[in-house]
Design a protein around this ligand. Structure first.
Ligand code: ASP
Length: 441
C-alpha cells in the first residue's frame, strides 16, 4: 500500500503545524511520499511565503531593497527549525540563495523557493529523503509536463530512498530552469507524483474536513460530502462551490486513483473521497441521494414570445441565439414553452449593451413580445444517486413551495445528476437552506 500526501500552506504555517504533519505521516506506514507547499498564513492577517516571494521579485524589478521582506521569510523558517530542534542550516541556505539572486533571476525560480526551503526542513523532521522537484518533475519545451520522463525519474528516487519529501509547485525545463505551475499548483505536483508511482490513494491535506454539501456562509456547519464523482465535482464547482478543481488532479483521475481530501487540524475526520464512479458502493450508502447544493446569483432571463410559433420556432431560436453570440453573451439555459422560450445568461455579460440587445430583439418581426427579467439566481442540486430515481424533483418543488420560494426556471440534464432551478435573488439563501434541510438528512 502506497499513499502520496500533499500538504497545503496552512498545514505548514509554523512549527505547531509541522508537528501535526509528522503525527499524520508517522501514524501510517504507507504514507511514504510527501509533497509540501510553502508555509501559508498562520492567521487571517498573516502573509503566505509565496506572496512574499512574489513581492521580492517586484522589489528587485524596481530596484527597491527587499531586506525587510527577507527578514520576515527568514523568521518563519527559523521558528520552525529552532522549535523542532532541526539541524538543517536553513538560514544559511536562504542567505546563499538570495546572495545569488538579482534583477535578472527569473521570477519562477524566486517564488519556487518557498516550497524548496519547506521541503528541506520537512524531510529532516520526518526522517525522509529530500528530493528536489527540479530533479524529477520535467517540463518539455512547450511547458507541458513530460509524463514519461517524470514518471521514470520519480520511480527511481522512490526505489532508491523508499520514503521521500519533495517540494510542490515547480519542476524543471529541459535546460534545467525552474518552471512553476499556476498558483495553488502543489495540488498538481501531488497528483503527478501519485499517478507516477501508481499510489493507492492521493491524500490532499488541507484545513477543512473535505468538501461541504453546501456553502457554510449560507448553512452553518453543513455536512461533509463523503464521496463525490468528478462529474458531480464539475457541476458543483461550475456553480460556484469552492472545491478542488478537477483539472488539477487530472493525472490521478486518468489512473482511477482515489483522491482523499483531509483536514490536518482534524486528522480523524474521514474527509471526502473523489473518484470517477462508486460502482462498488454498498446499498445502504445510497440512502442520501443528494451530493451537494451550489448556486450563483446574478443571472437574467430574456423571454421571447410569438403566437402560434409552430415550425418557425427553430428559425427564431437560431436568430435569437445569433444575436446573443454577436453581443458576446454566454447562454446558460434555454427553457422553452409552446409559443415561447427564454434565454438565461449572466447579468454581467449584458450590462452596458442591455438596451441595444433588447432593442434589436424587439425590432425582429418574428417576435411578438420580449421582456427582460433580472435578479435571478441559479441553484444546482447535484447527486449521482438522483439518476433514475423518482420523486426527487417532487421533493425539490415541495420544499421550495412550502417555503414560498417561486421557481422561475427548471432544468435537468439527461444524465440526471443535476437539477437546476432559477429563483429570484432575494430567495437565494432561503432556497439553498430549505433544499439542504430537506435532503441532507
Ligand atoms: N505556494 C504556492 C501558492 O501559494 C503553490 C501552492 O501552495 O500550491 O500558490
Amino acid at each position: 500500500m502506497l499513499k502520496v500526501l500533499k500538504f497545503g500552506g496552512s498545514s505548514l504555517a509554523d512549527s505547531s503545524q509541522f508537528k501535526k504533519v509528522k503525527g499524520i505521516v508517522d501514524n501510517d506506514d504507507s504514507r511514504q511520499v510527501v509533497v509540501v507547499s510553502a508555509p501559508g498564513k498562520r492567521h487571517s492577517d498573516d502573509n503566505k511565503i509565496t506572496d512574499l516571494l512574489y513581492l521580492i521579485h517586484a522589489h528587485l524589478k524596481y530596484g527597491v531593497s527587499y531586506d525587510s521582506i527577507l527578514v520576515m521569510i527568514m523568521d518563519r523558517y527559523a521558528e520552525i527549525r529552532e522549535t523542532l530542534g532541526l539541524t538543517t542550516g536553513i538560514e544559511k541556505i536562504i542567505d546563499d540563495t538570495f546572495a545569488g539572486i538579482d534583477k535578472k533571476t527569473p521570477v519562477d525560480f524566486i517564488v519556487s523557493r518557498g516550497e524548496y526551503f519547506c521541503a528541506r526542513l520537512m524531510a529532516e523532521y520526518l526522517g525522509y529523503h529530500f528530493v528536489d522537484a527540479a530533479d524529477w518533475l520535467m517540463f518539455d519545451y512547450e511547458g507541458k509536463v513530460d509524463s514519461a520522463a517524470t514518471e521514470k525519474k520519480l520511480r527511481e528516487y522512490k526505489d532508491s530512498y523508499g520514503t521521500i519529501v519533495t517540494p510542490g509547485f515547480y519542476g524543471a525545463m529541459p535546460n534545467g530552469d525552474v518552471r512553476v505551475f499556476p498558483r495553488g499548483g502543489s495540488d498538481i505536483t501531488g497528483a503527478i507524483a501519485a499517478a507516477a508511482l501508481n499510489a493507492d490513494v492521493y491524500e490532499n491535506w488541507t484545513d477543512v474536513s473535505g468538501i461541504l454539501m453546501v456553502d457554510p456562509r449560507i448553512v452553518p456547519d453543513p455536512k461533509t460530502i463523503a464521496r463525490v464523482t468528478y462529474d458531480e465535482l464539475r457541476e458543483l464547482s461550475y456553480m460556484g462551490a469552492s472545491v478542488l478543481h478537477e483539472d488539477t488532479v487530472f493525472p490521478v483521475r486518468l489512473k482511477d486513483i482515489p483522491v482523499n481530501i483531509r483536514n490536518t487540524n482534524a486528522p480523524d475526520d474521514a474527509g471526502t473521497i473523489i473518484r470517477e464512479n462508486f460502482d462498488d458502493e454498498l446499498e445502504e450508502e445510497h440512502e442520501r441521494f443528494i451530493t451537494g447544493i451550489a448556486g450563483k446569483r446574478n443571472f437574467s432571463i430574456i423571454n421571447i414570445y410569438k403566437s402560434r410559433i409552430g415550425e418557425d420556432k427553430l428559425g427564431l431560436l437560431r436568430q435569437v441565439l445569433e444575436v446573443f453570440a454577436r453581443y458576446g453573451v454566454p447562454v446558460e439555459q434555454i427553457p422553452s414553452g409552446v409559443d415561447s422560450f427564454s434565454v438565461v445568461f449572466p447579468s454581467d455579460s449584458i450590462r452596458v449593451k442591455k438596451y441595444d440587445l433588447m432593442h434589436e430583439l424587439s425590432e425582429n418581426e418574428m417576435i411578438d413580445n420580449c421582456s427582460l427579467t433580472e435578479g435571478i439566481s441559479l441553484i444546482a442540486i447535484v447527486g449521482r444517486q438522483m439518476a433514475y430515481r423518482t420523486g426527487v424533483s417532487g421533493k425539490i418543488f415541495k420544499a421550495l413551495g412550502e417555503n414560498h420560494v417561486n421557481i422561475r426556471t427548471i432544468q435537468q440534464g439527461s444524465d440526471e445528476i443535476n437539477i437546476m432551478v432559477g429563483v429570484f435573488d432575494e430567495d437565494f439563501n432561503t432556497a439553498i437552506r430549505v433544499l439542504y434541510e430537506s435532503f441532507a438528512k
